[in-house]
Design a protein around this ligand. Structure first.
Ligand SMILES: CC(C)(COP(=O)(O)OP(=O)(O)OC[C@H]1O[C@@H](n2cnc3c(N)ncnc32)[C@H](O)[C@@H]1OP(=O)(O)O)[C@@H](O)C(=O)NCCC(=O)NCCS
Length: 390
């Protein structure tokens, strides 16, 4: 059923008590995906886009109830016969924080919100605002019930995040404060395979479990050592968090190129002294419009920050060169490293590869709502990198 079945003047006001935030039926979900296709699907055929959205409910992070679809609708009409006034989804993620008093790292759940959408005929009537107002509070208690869990904080979600493509104001008005949203951009390489003769070697699926486990351990140590005074929070860069991106990438590349990549990142150095980057190729424009296509560095890790820069620099340079070659081969317009830490900024500046630094103010604005007592703006969001995006 399309919007034409619901004349605009028959729709309730955004403040009406008739409005409810609930979950779509399978048919309503498909209807929503058809509406979002022109906005987010052009790299695929509509059929592939609908298949992808269904497939994305079955992949790591999302499967087993990890993804929740939300709709704002009316309570006085039955499912499948009611208007979908606005829609979005949330993805459960493992997260941690260190309280402002300092001390131990507390485990919990965070939610990533994505695909906020109001169909064109219903826009400007306050529906997305109403949905976000309700969703922010609903997610506080969502999938975070009390359990057996010893050290595990399960009474409420720690926070929710989203990545605004409509600037900083709309979501800030509803409680998601904008955080650092910058990136380093590299141009694709000349296109020849840059793997041979490199200091770094490619990372494949089979490498990821070990690398993610080390990354998580290092991140926990880093968090525990951060100064007291404000809460430090992070979404865990665990294996499933990476696999969500890689499964999505597999679907996209298979649909667009008829094959999937084998190189998912690159690593240099010996264990204990390694530097690595994990990446994924994201497509919005497909082969027709390169501007929508980016090779995203999901996460950069330096195992030992105290080692001499020369060692790190050779490895980092080599990783970037492999990424640039992959970007060219897989038809992306650039390689992006989101919110590089001071150490990574230093490597970027010293390694001699031309780059551009971009401070975004409209697209992919990393935004967070904290469910603790402190104002969200007081938080230190650690590891605010692309892997946390959805
Ligand atoms: C963004 C969107 C969800 C808003 O839905 P809506 O139901 O019309 O929202 P509301 O009526 O509650 O609020 C409208 C506000 O949205 C904001 N907004 C909408 N599009 C915007 C844009 N491209 N840039 C900046 N702000 C925008 C404005 O602040 C607007 O306020 P105004 O009425 O004072 O101009 C809708 O325009 C949409 O689906 N757009 C396409 C998909 C999209 O971009 N989603 C956001 C992904 S982060």
């Amino acid at each position: 059923m399309g919007s034409t079945n619901f004349p605009i003047d028959s729709l309730p006001d955004a403040s009406s008590p008739l409005l409810v935030l609930t979950h779509p039926t399978p048919a309503e979900r498909t209807r929503t995906w058809k509406l979002t296709y022109p906005k987010w699907g052009p790299a695929l055929t509509e059929e592939d886009y609908l298949t992808r959205e269904a497939y994305l409910t079955t992949v790591p992070l999302a499967r087993d109830g990890g993804i929740t679809h939300w709709v704002l609708t009316v309570s006085n009409l039955p499912p499948d016969e009611r208007p979908i006034l606005s829609s979005c989804e949330s993805l459960r993620k493992r997260a941690v924080y260190v309280p402002k008093e300092g001390g131990k790292v507390v485990d919990g759940v965070a939610h990533g919100i994505a695909s906020v959408f109001t169909e064109p005929a219903f826009r400007g009537r306050g529906y997305a605002s109403r949905m976000m107002k309700e969703l922010g509070q609903r997610l506080k208690g969502w999938q975070a019930e009390k359990g057996e869990g010893g050290e595990v904080e399960k009474s409420h979600s720690l926070f929710s995040v989203l990545y605004s493509d409509i600037g900083k104001q709309f979501y800030a008005r509803h409680g998601w404060a904008p955080f650092e949203s910058s990136h380093v951009a590299y141009k694709p390489g000349a296109g020849d395979a840059a793997v041979d003769g490199q200091v770094a070697r490619p990372i494949g699926y089979h490498d990821l479990a070990e690398l993610c486990a080390v990354d998580e351990r290092l991140l926990r140590t880093d968090l525990a050592g951060r100064p007291a005074g404000k809460p430090h929070v992070a979404i865990l860069p665990e294996l499933d968090a990476m696999l969500w991106h890689l499964f999505r990438e597999d679907f996209m590349t298979k649909a667009i190129f008829g094959r999937t990549p084998t190189i998912r990142g690159a690593v240099a150095g010996d264990p204990g002294k390694r530097v690595w980057a994990v990446w994924m190729r994201g497509y919005y424009g497909g082969l027709n419009k390169m501007e929508g296509n980016t090779l995203h560095i999901l996460r950069v890790v330096v195992e030992d920050k105290e080692q001499p820069d020369e060692q790190l620099l050779d490895g980092f340079r080599s990783i970037v060169q492999i990424a640039q070659a992959e970007a060219a081969e897989w038809k992306t317009q650039d390689v992006q490293v989101w919110n590089p830490t001071p150490k990574i900024r230093e490597l970027v500046e010293k390694c001699g590869i031309e780059y551009e630094f971009v401070d975004r103010d409209q697209e992919s604005i990393a935004s967070l709502m904290w469910y603790g007592e402190e104002p969200t703006t007081e938080l230190d969001w650690v590891a605010n990198e692309k892997y946390a995006w959805c």
